[in-house]
Design a protein around this ligand. Structure first.
Ligand code: ADP
Ligand code: MG
Length: 339
């Protein structure tokens, strides 16, 4: 019998990984913003054209990359963020899979410009569908700019599957909100087709929520604070009368990472029981801090789901903290902006 198994070439493996990591332009936005945050940037700019279909660019003022790292960053499983398997259970960065840039470069035209503080000159790299097209020395400010053009240029099925510009823009803005909310001290700006959509100054959490969701949000926020041995909660829920028909003001962050959790969402709904009408969704902006050893983030490539060691306990603490805050707000005066 002849042997028939072969190792797939890298560009094929990258394209397969890309299928999981990059569903739409918003997925690229998420990965690039997270890389900018992991690079300890204090200012991050997102520029998109045609809802990301023709351009997604993230410019940061973070630590940049050396010449060698700039090239390596596009290799699969190449990461500066973890070194050993045990690091997976002690994560302090958004990234760790070392897959995003390799995946994105497999299905788009990518231009990277990056420079570290101590270097006079930076590095520019162009890649199209995993093929290196150019690598040059370039004059560029400290930090990194990554421009992604013609997403899915070599995967027509994915390109055709994209929704209208309005829908894709909505997804991008959702990702932008999530990242900007998780990092209120970082300055963020977003431009679409040349117009500024967001310009968020460095601020505290309340101000960041208000800057994103509008001035009227301030009066509806009820602070939630709780510290226990296993869980620290801080953030806000919306007063019951402001509950919405949509779920787009519902945010959980676990160790500064946006996550979806139907189970914990249930804890909030249960705390609001009897206070909101059926079918109305309370707003919440809640930061949960847990020991990184008690969670597993590596259960899905997009990292928006988490496995908790003891989610029943978290559920109970969360529900009781929210109930307590809602009870207090009935008797407490409206809190001022800086609290
Ligand atoms: P991961 O974030 O999981 O490590 P990525 O493919 O997103 O994988 O990035 C690969 C590597 O490239 C990162 O580990 C980091 O060292 C480097 N890198 C990516 N983006 C930036 C950036 N904006 N600034 C500095 N380094 C970056
Ligand atoms: Mg990354």
């Amino acid at each position: 019998m002849a042997d028939i198994i072969q190792l797939l070439p890298d560009h094929v493996a990258n394209q397969i990984a890309a299928g999981e990591v990059v569903q739409r332009p918003a997925s690229v936005v998420k990965e690039l913003l997270e890389n900018a945050i992991d690079a300890e940037s204090t200012e991050i700019k997102l520029i998109i054209k045609d809802s990301g279909k023709t351009l997604i660019q993230v410019i940061d003022n973070g630590k940049g990359m050396s010449v060698t790292d700039a090239r390596l960053s596009f290799e699969r499983h190449a990461t500066s963020k973890i070194r050993a398997a045990e690091d997976l259970f002690n994560l302090h960065t958004k990234g760790f899979r070392g897959e995003a840039l390799a995946s994105i470069a497999a299905i788009a035209h990518v231009e990277l410009k990056t420079k570290q503080e101590q270097d006079e000159l930076g590095t520019q790299i162009e890649i199209e569908g995993s093929d290196l097209k150019a690598q040059n020395v370039v004059v560029t400010p400290k930090g990194t700019s990554l421009a992604v053009k013609h997403l899915f240029f070599n995967i027509p099925a994915r390109r055709n599957f994209l929704k209208s510009n309005a829908v894709e823009l909505r997804h991008i803005i959702d990702e932008f909100h999530r990242v900007a909310l998780a990092h209120p001290s970082i300055v963020f700006a977003m431009y679409h087709n040349g117009s500024e959509i967001f310009n968020l100054p460095s601020s505290n959490y309340r101000q960041r929520v208000v800057n994103i969701f509008g001035g009227k949000t301030n009066e509806k926020l009820v602070p939630v604070e709780e510290t226990t041995e296993v869980l620290k909660i801080s953030g806000f829920v919306g007063k019951p009368e402001f509950a919405k028909k949509t779920k787009n003001e519902q945010f959980f962050f676990v160790n500064n990472r946006f996550i979806k959790s139907p189970y914990l969402n249930h804890a909030i709904n249960s705390a609001f029981e009897g206070l909101v009408k059926d079918g109305a969704h309370p707003s919440y902006f809640l930061n949960l801090t847990v020991d990184p050893k008690t969670i597993d983030i590596n259960i899905h490539p997009t990292k928006t789901e988490i496995k908790f060691d003891d989610e029943h306990t978290l559920y109970a603490i969360l529900r009781s903290a929210v109930k307590h805050s809602l009870g207090q707000f009935n008797i407490a005066p409206v809190l001022d902006f800086d609290s």
